[in-house]
Design a protein around this ligand. Structure first.
Ligand code: FPP
Length: 246
């Protein structure tokens, strides 16, 4: 059996998590190992994103969320930040071009106001042209989990100040509606490649009951087989959501 057929058979034997989220880490080290500039690592990481997001769609993952650029990533060199933003622009142009073929709803988690007007316009086009599709890709761009929570708290505080709400009305469900992820089920599985074992401000609220999968593979080397290993590992665990194992 060929590798792809084998992967297909394995994938059919597993039911896939509804929502997979990935911290795309290790691009810089991948490039460094090859004597290439960090920007080459991001270009390779972007290719991996294309491949893995297509694969997720193929195997029936309904929600796919990636950490593309954090609120802290602005501290990187101007050259590196521009390279990542250019890759994002290029990706969005393609996504808009292939929209009817791929049928993926594109959403952004993060504050897009700091992006260039061109990139913001592309992001808005991608969102507007895809909102009827069922499979959803969430791109975390200028995103931070704490920032997201503070913004949601501010919205509620303002509603209280305006007399529209009372503090005691606040519930987890109501609070969730003010997060970027409103309406999106929490991630079942969060994957972090590259050997780092940290959350790094990613989906802090939404990850309350997520299973984590850590691997040493650097993001540009991450492939379909590695994704299936992560799903397999997820299935090997029993999720109890704070309850008792049956
Ligand atoms: C982390 O690796 C990666 C990033 C900060 C950028 C990720 C961006 C892309 C893959 C391209 C654009 C994405 C989309 C969705 C089109 P790192 O640079 O921190 O790696 P290191 O820890 O090895 O230095």
């Amino acid at each position: 059996m060929g590798l792809f057929a084998k992967q297909k058979a394995e994938q059919q034997a597993l039911s896939v998590p509804q929502h997979i989220a990935i911290i795309m880490d290790g691009n810089g080290r991948w490039a460094q190992k090859r004597g290439l500039p960090r920007t080459a690592g991001h270009a390779a990481g972007c290719e991996t994103f294309r491949r893995i997001s297509n694969y997720c769609r193929e195997i029936g993952v309904k929600y796919f969320t990636v950490y593309a650029f954090s609120t802290e990533n602005w501290k990187r060199s101007q050259e590196e930040v521009s390279a990542i933003m250019n890759l994002m622009e290029q990706y969005l142009r393609e996504a808009i071009r292939d929209m009817q073929k791929n049928r993926v709803k594109i959403c952004f988690f993060g504050d897009l106001s700091r992006l260039s007007p061109e990139l913001r316009a592309l992001a808005e086009d991608a969102v507007n042209q895809s909102h009827d599709f069922e499979i959803q890709a969430n791109i975390c761009l200028n995103y931070g989990g704490r920032d997201e929570i503070v913004r949601a708290a501010r919205v509620f505080a303002q509603e209280c100040a305006d007399g529209k709400r009372k503090p005691e009305e606040l519930t987890e469900e109501l609070f969730s509606q003010n997060l970027y992820s409103a309406g999106v089920p929490d991630p079942d599985l969060i994957i972090r490649p590259s050997g780092e074992v940290r959350i790094s401000n990613f989906l802090l609220w939404q990850s309350a009951y997520a299973e984590y999968y850590f691997t040493d593979v650097l993001w540009p080397d991450f492939d379909e087989a590695e994704l299936l290993r992560a799903i397999e590992s997820y299935h090997g665990r029993s999720r109890r959501f704070g309850g008792v194992k049956k």
